[in-house]
Design a protein around this ligand. Structure first.
Ligand SMILES: [Zn+2]
Length: 133
């Protein structure tokens, strides 16, 4: 016996039926989308806040700071959008068009990411890959 995934009523008819009718199907899908969208919204809110903080520092001409100071402003180090590389191959952790490069355990450099690279420059190809025998 199968039951409606939305209201739990016993289903009659086709074996692959999941819902009583369009009302139950729409209600169920809307509930699923609402849960999914709330997850997007929360993460996007954090990413936007991180980006705003980096932008504010950058626009005030503050490019060197510490993790502690950034955290104190509400920056969340658990969230970023992607990684890029500078010409020296240092990894920039990005929040959209701003990011930071860690200098050491505490200090970091804030920068706009427009000039950064998608791949590490001058990457050494391991010699064993070059040999085909
Ligand atoms: Zn139903």
């Amino acid at each position: 016996m199968k039951y409606c995934q939305d209201c739990g009523a016993m289903l009659r008819g086709r074996a692959d039926k999941k819902f009583c009718d369009d009302h139950c199907r729409c209600h169920y899908n809307n509930a699923i989308n609402k849960i999914r969208d709330s997850g997007f919204k929360e993460i996007n809110r954090i990413l936007k806040k991180n980006t705003d903080i980096l932008e504010k520092f950058s626009q005030q001409g503050i490019h060197q700071t510490t993790q502690r100071i950034l955290s104190a402003t509400g920056f969340n180090f658990s969230f970023s959008t992607h990684r890029l590389y500078d010409k020296k191959g240092e990894t920039c952790i990005c929040c959209y068009n701003y990011g930071y490069i860690t200098i050491n355990e505490e200090e970091l450099t804030i920068l706009q990411t427009t000039h950064l690279l998608y791949n590490k420059p001058n990457q050494q190809i391991p010699s064993q890959i070059l040999k085909f025998e």
